[in-house]
Design a protein. Structure first.
Lengths: 312, 539
């Protein structure tokens, strides 16, 4: 081997960059991420542990205990046939169902809807976006279709899907997810369009890397940070839309309690018994606020343009 | 010059860096004087602190990150470091002004150029609108913009890079400042434009009695323009003196190394070529960009046309030209990163210009490319090792074998073989370029294309990478296509040279012939414009 130019000192190549551990550190240093994360974690635990939190069957009707105010206590029979005293922490609704149990169980549906919609929209949008951004031939066709979907108002589409397939959890999730897909596609496509011009992608082409591998190895990782942020917004939005659909009466049937349909039922007697809307409303607001703050915090820390601002 | 008060007097200036940087201070104990009617060049490589010095004078350092902690800056007797930001604002534009490197981003794209020059007058003087317009036309005339009455109402995108830089200079000079700071003002410009702007700055500075602090990395520019030179390294002044003295008899070893690294404009003598068949040839290669839309007229741009070149084993062909000449288009067509519109690309006699992707795969490995920007040519998320073995593994090599090969290659390009698991950001620009070369070599190519491969590097690093390229070319008997805008670099590495202008090859021949007796008018203009021709005579 010939002596090739001057040797490079090995010490010049000492590691200077951040490691994975400190990424988590910077994330947690952000107040929004901390607050949102903690609130979301608590909601998660509530949803998981709903039967253990002193709840009773959320669908249990009792016409004699209708419209009771919060903290009212009454005796009921449990599964074993014994009589136990139950306190209605949040009162009861117009059919005498325990609001506390309904709100706690409603957390499950809201989180399921939020996360499924986010996962579905991101998953499908990512694939379509990668293809659309990288394969010029398909780009125009795909984007015109996406423009078409985007032009339909989300709630209207949801309404018609529900009308078509009937109300139910899966229908609602699909109905909310479909109009969200074009947003994800646009986001991913924009990232792909800028990254595909990077010399390292061109270098990968010139060393013969097949297209799927280029997409997966060199382009996909660049979309992760914006997608995480988009996922949180989609999640918060989905919870809100689910509540709206339920409120309009085209969402999930009331035998499955959701924050939205509890509020929908409570609105008739809102002026007399505001608690039926107040409690699910607080949970809904808190959940969406937490998710949005988490999203903002993630954007601030993951997006290099904002990262500088938060560090000073 | 002695006896006069300097317009700019920097004494013992130290600017601190934030904690955790590679050194404590960005600049340390800088002493520097600029007298009226004098051009001082501050020269240094990236990271030497030359721009920090300029920004410190203007009061443009980012607050809390870079703070002047010692020393003084005085502008014609006024202590700048003690001024409030309001007082500094009064001085900026009026008493001192600055022109920047990028004429494309330094101007606001949505404001007419006249308005951008006028802004200075609006802020600092009580002139009426008519007076201001008259003055703007006057300064535009001063910087020799053609038809200032017409250009005053144009937007920046309607002007060329050189014209935009003239607008920047006009705005900087509108109020006849005592001090002009020019931070790499010609680095983003083509050589011919650069030559014009340098002449302009020199003329204006004499006729306006301005002191100029000229920041540059290019010794050619220094030789053209400077009265005195200040050489900086790692935040300190290592040598200062009259231009001639520093350029011809540099005292500090760093200066000697820098000047020694500047490639000479006189081509090296090359061994005679073996008569061999061309491994790469193009025939009437052309690339036309068409932009068409539903509601627009179809527009066509001929990026390259009638390009016919050929390349033998062990030979380096340089493609030289200014930006927009189509030299990179040719390279990217040959590697089939873009599809040529017409013409043929022959590799070992086979035309690959229209091969479909699946059949192209076999030829990919014969033809490798190294790009200009070392910071963007490696995937920042993948280790150096992963990047190097990706190619061989695409062609079926075992991971283990590929890694062994990668280690050898790291050693071959002068890097630590055990650094394979590091990420690109842990390497310097020159080291990354070595990694890119290693990645290309891992494919065992027959042809290596270097697309401005050393243009983004500091001159000392550039010299090392050029040596490396020359070595591997000899060692592997490669055919090399070397694309560059820099005539000095071309003179050093190329056996033959093709000069491109507006998409066409206007002249082609052995480097020696082209350099000593250029036949085409454009080639002659290029050589005329090359900065610091004096420099190559003296060294």
């Amino acid at each position: 081997m010939s002596t090739v130019s001057s040797p490079i000192q090995a010490d010049a190549a000492t590691p200077t960059g951040s490691t994975g551990g400190s990424v988590l550190g910077t994330l947690l240093a952000n107040g929004g991420v901390r607050f949102g994360g903690i609130v979301l974690f608590i909601l998660f635990m509530i949803a998981l542990a709903a039967p253990l939190l002193g709840t009773i069957d959320p669908a249990l009707l009792d016409p004699t205990y209708r419209n009771k105010l919060p903290l009212e206590a009454r005796p009921i029979l449990n599964d074993a046939g014994e009589e136990v005293t139950v306190t209605h922490w949040m009162g009861t609704d117009t059919l005498g169902r325990d609001l506390y149990s309904r709100v706690i169980y409603g957390t499950r549906v809201s989180l399921i809807v939020g996360f499924s919609v986010a996962a579905l929209a991101i998953g499908i949008g990512l694939v379509i976006g990668l293809i659309s951004g990288y394969i010029r031939l398909l780009d125009t066709v795909i984007m015109r279709v996406m423009d078409g979907i985007m032009a339909i108002p989300a709630i209207l589409l949801a309404l018609s899907l529900v009308a078509l397939w009937g109300a139910g959890l899966v229908t609602v999730i699909l109905a909310i997810a479909v109009p969200e897909i074009p947003r994800v596609v646009r986001l991913v496509r924009a990232v792909v369009l800028s990254v595909r011009e990077e010399p390292y992608v061109e270098a990968a082409i010139s060393i013969g890397t097949p297209t799927p591998k280029i997409l997966y190895r060199h382009i996909l990782p660049n979309t992760i940070a914006p997608l995480i942020v988009q996922a949180t917004y989609t999640c918060g939005f989905a919870i809100l839309v689910e509540a709206i659909l339920s409120f309009l009466g085209v969402g999930i049937p009331t035998d499955i309690p959701t924050w939205g349909n509890i509020m929908a039922e409570g609105r008739l007697l809102f002026r007399v018994y505001p608690h039926a809307i107040l409690f699910p409303g607080i949970f809904l607001a808190l959940a969406v606020l937490a998710i949005n703050m988490l999203g903002d915090g993630l954007r601030d820390t993951l997006d290099p343009r904002f990262a500088k601002r938060t560090s000073t | 010059m002695n006896g006069e008060t300097p317009v700019l007097d920097i004494r013992g200036l130290t600017v601190s860096l934030p904690k955790g940087a590679d050194r404590d201070n960005a600049i340390e104990g800088i002493d520097l004087q600029v007298f009226p009617r004098e051009i001082i060049c501050v020269v240094g490589e990236s990271g030497s602190g030359k721009s920090v010095t300029g920004h410190a004078v203007m009061g443009l350092l980012p607050k809390r990150e870079l703070e002047p902690i010692a020393g003084s800056i005085s502008l014609a007797g006024e202590a700048l470091l003690e001024k409030s930001s309001a007082e500094l604002r009064q001085l900026r534009g009026a008493r001192m002004s600055m022109i920047f490197q990028e004429p494309f981003t330094a101007l606001n794209p949505v404001v007419r150029v006249g308005g951008q020059i006028e802004e200075v007058l609006k802020i600092h003087t009580g002139m009426s609108a008519a007076e201001r317009r008259a003055r703007v036309i006057e300064v535009m005339d001063d910087v020799r913009l053609p038809e200032p009455e017409r250009l005053i109402d144009t937007f920046p995108h309607q002007l060329s890079g050189g014209q935009r830089q003239r607008i920047m200079i006009a705005a900087a000079l509108a109020l006849e400042p005592a001090l002009l700071i020019a931070d790499e003002p010609t680095t983003a410009l083509d050589v011919t434009t650069q030559a014009q702007i340098l002449t302009l700055i020199k003329d204006i500075q004499t006729s306006h009695d301005t002191g100029v602090l000229f920041i540059t990395h290019d010794f050619g520019v220094v030789a053209e323009i400077a009265d005195r030179v200040v050489v900086m390294q790692n935040g300190r002044v290592v040598e200062a003196g009259a231009t001639n003295q520093v350029l011809t008899a540099p005292e500090h070893p760093y200066t000697q190394m820098l000047i020694g690294s500047v490639p000479s404009l006189i081509p090296k003598t090359r061994e005679g070529m073996i008569d061999d068949d061309a491994v790469l040839a193009t025939k009437d290669l052309a690339k036309t960009y068409r932009s068409s839309g539903l509601f627009q007229k179809t527009r066509e741009v001929q990026a390259a046309s009638n390009v016919t070149i050929s390349l033998k084993r062990g030979e380096t062909l340089g493609i030289v030209g200014e930006s927009g000449s189509g030299k990179s288009t040719v390279a990217r067509c040959i590697v089939r990163l873009i599809d040529p519109t017409s013409g043929a690309i022959l590799i070992d006699g086979e035309d690959i210009a229209n091969l479909p992707m699946n059949r192209l795969h076999y030829y990919r490995r014969k033809l490798q490319i190294v790009f200009q920007d070392p910071y963007r040519s490696l995937n920042p998320r993948r280790t150096v090792g992963q990047s190097i073995i990706e190619g061989p593994m695409n062609f079926g090599m075992e991971r283990k074998a590929a890694l062994t090969r990668a280690k050898e290659l790291m050693g071959l390009v002068g890097l630590d073989p055990n650094a394979l698991d590091r990420l690109p950001h842990q390497f310097s620009g020159g080291q990354r370029q070595r990694i890119c070369i290693a990645r290309a070599l891992a494919m065992q190519p027959e042809i290596l294309i270097a697309d401005e491969a050393v243009s983004a590097l500091d001159v000392s690093v550039q010299a090392q990478v050029l040596d490396l390229l020359d070595d591997i070319k000899k060692q592997f008997n490669l055919a090399m296509l070397f694309i560059t805008h820099d005539l000095r670099v071309a003179a050093q590495v190329c056996d033959r040279i093709a000069v491109m202008q507006q998409g066409e090859v206007v002249e082609q021949g052995p480097a020696k012939t082209v350099f000593s007796s250029p036949a085409h008018a454009y080639t002659r203009a290029l050589f005329e414009a090359a900065p610091g021709r004096k420099l190559s005579v003296t060294t």
